[in-house]
Ligand binder design. Structure first.
Ligand SMILES: *Cc1c(COP(=O)(O)O)cnc(C)c1O
Length: 225
């Protein structure tokens, strides 16, 4: 897609968001030139979901880009992105949380993370069920991890044309956020992020409590794998 098209797509998406919803421009499988086109329009927050790809792109791009890792992260790869990643959005086990903490400590950093919920119908999606998430938090071991900061929740709704289903899933996540906030983070202003909404459902997400949408295709075009 041309730089011009990317820039106008980006502006269209950005202008359609409420002022309190941030845009993560999902640039996976798109080249550095596409990222630069969005950067030229002021975009600084980008999402990637493959460690190798991010490692290759980051050095050739401006250093003030904030990278959110949005994909499934294997524990043995945390060490590569720990020096610079701004947020790991899809933490779905204590083991991963603990490894992010360990690597962050090595670099004298505190890494922001979101807990990924599994609410959608699809079997293949990663994430914690609501009960698994409740258990992880109730166990309390996360309180010992001083180099990660749990900033909220992330989820992907079922990929469907059924708007009501999407709305129901996102609203479930929103209510669950309120429960977790009240139980574990009432005095933590940083626990404030609800990351849901992608190209096909971000307008719905904006009505269902999202604070951060992750949009790729609508900005950068179809991905070639
Ligand atoms: C790829 C991806 C997105 C963006 O999807 P689009 O449909 O291209 O907007 C959002 N979130 C996650 C976790 C992704 O892997």
């Amino acid at each position: 897609m041309s730089a011009e098209a990317i820039r106008s797509n980006l502006l269209r998406v950005r202008n359609s968001l409420p002022p309190d919803v941030r845009l993560v421009a999902v640039s996976k499988y798109h080249p550095a030139e596409s990222i630069l086109a969005a950067y030229a329009e002021g975009q600084r927050l980008f999402g990637e979901s493959h460690v190798q790809e991010l490692q290759a792109k980051r050095p050739v791009l401006p250093s003030d880009i904030e990278w959110h890792f949005i994909g499934h992260l294997q524990t043995n790869k945390v060490k590569y992105i720990a020096p610079y990643v701004t947020m790991v959005e899809a933490v779905d086990s204590f083991r991963l949380l603990s490894e992010i903490n360990r690597q962050a400590e090595k670099h004298d950093r505190i890494i922001d993370v979101l807990l990924e919920l599994h609410i959608a119908e699809e079997e293949t999606k990663y994430g914690l069920t609501l009960d698994a998430c409740r258990r992880l938090l109730a166990e309390g071991l996360w309180r010992e991890l001083s180099h990660v900061r749990i900033c909220g929740l992330m989820m992907m709704a079922t990929y469907t044309d059924d708007e009501e289903q999407i709305r129901t899933e996102m609203t479930t996540a929103w209510h669950f956020f309120d429960e977790v906030k009240a139980t574990y983070f009432p005095d933590a202003p940083y626990f404030c992020e609800r990351s849901w909404g992608m190209s096909h459902d971000y307008p719905i997400a904006c009505q269902c409590g999202s604070t951060m949408v992750r949009v790729g295709t609508t900005i950068f075009g179809e991905r070639s794998y």
